[in-house]
Design a protein around this ligand. Sequence first.
Ligand SMILES: Cc1ncc(COP(=O)(O)O)c(C=O)c1O
Length: 397
Amino acid sequence: MTSVTHPVRLTERINRIEPSATMAAVAEAEKLRQQGIDVVDATAGEPHFATPQHIKDAAIAAINANFSKYTPVGGTVELKDAIIRRHAADFRSTYKREETCASVGGKHALFNVISVLVDHGDEVILPVPYWVSFKDMVRYVGGNCVLLEADESQGFRVTAQMVERLITPKTKLIILNSPSNPSGAVMSPEDMTAVVRLAHERGIWVISDECYVYLNYTGKNFSVGSLNEYRDRFLVVGSLSKTYAMTGWRLGYTLGPAAVVGAVQKLQSQSTSNPTSIVQKAAVAALKGPQECVEQMRREYIELRDHVVQGLRSIPGVTCTMPEGAFYAYPNISAFLGRGGVKSASDVAGRLLRETHVVTVPGEGFGTGEHIRVSYATSKAELDRGLERMRKFFAAL
Ligand SMILES: Cc1ncc(COP(=O)(O)O)c(C=O)c1O
């Protein structure tokens, strides 16, 4: 009998998107490590700190107390209240339980919100450089990204005027991410307010991705959540991942109008259901417990940022804007394009990887072809090892 092989036919929507560029770089680093190679990994999209002890203890206590059943889809009342109170205390927001949904990480929350707001053919304004997943989430649901090219010499500043120029009758949503992954750029409260006001006037949605909101080094910590007069047009998406060094735990949330948050919960009820029960208990401990750990980590990131930016700027030909938040530097390597056969940021990152075993993420994944992303969520010693190898590499190019 001859066997018939059937081709694997996937959906058009899954074929529209690409695997995350950051995940690809992380996988490359892992491959080299498996071969016993001494890798310097600058791809980390996560804190190098351990989760604080009191948060771990809460999870252990939850396991021992058999807190192991399904919970309400959008999280327990205890967790929703903890999210609401933390945000209110830190940013003067005034959300209610029906305006709050906990999800399996910020990424999940963003995926849910984009899924319930963006239809086929809708346009979504996305400042460049953008976090890799925004583009693919929008594409997955059938939307079109309209890229807002921010000026590097202005610290990648995004203003309401720049947004306004891109608005068309099809514009549905603007995605803001401040502090930004990958550039570390922070929008001023005035610029953020102006964008939210404009969106409100035009009936356009705003998602403010606050994944790094506690890693803002400007001294002007701000959330659009405080802008009560415009609250019917924006959603805040938060995450415990970076704030409390909890990336693997998977806990994020959405705050916004009840109609949208209700739809997010409906979607979640048909996919993941609730975030893991014991993680919810840990999240309550994180949000209600002492916040000194957040400040300690923030202080260390500032030191690491200063160290790595100084190191990168001391490499002849490399320029680097000063990141004002998050834990990434985004050096410009355009001076090397055309030298030694390198034509793109991907070529630079590829050769850095193969020739020096320093793993970075090329800018193309974030929408720019002249940068590489260097994570500084690591020790100074590790940064120095990476900087030394980069210095030799660029000198020889
Ligand atoms: C800008 C941005 N938003 C959201 C996320 C999602 O984080 P998580 O799903 O771990 O909460 C990340 C993670 O790297 C991020 O960089």
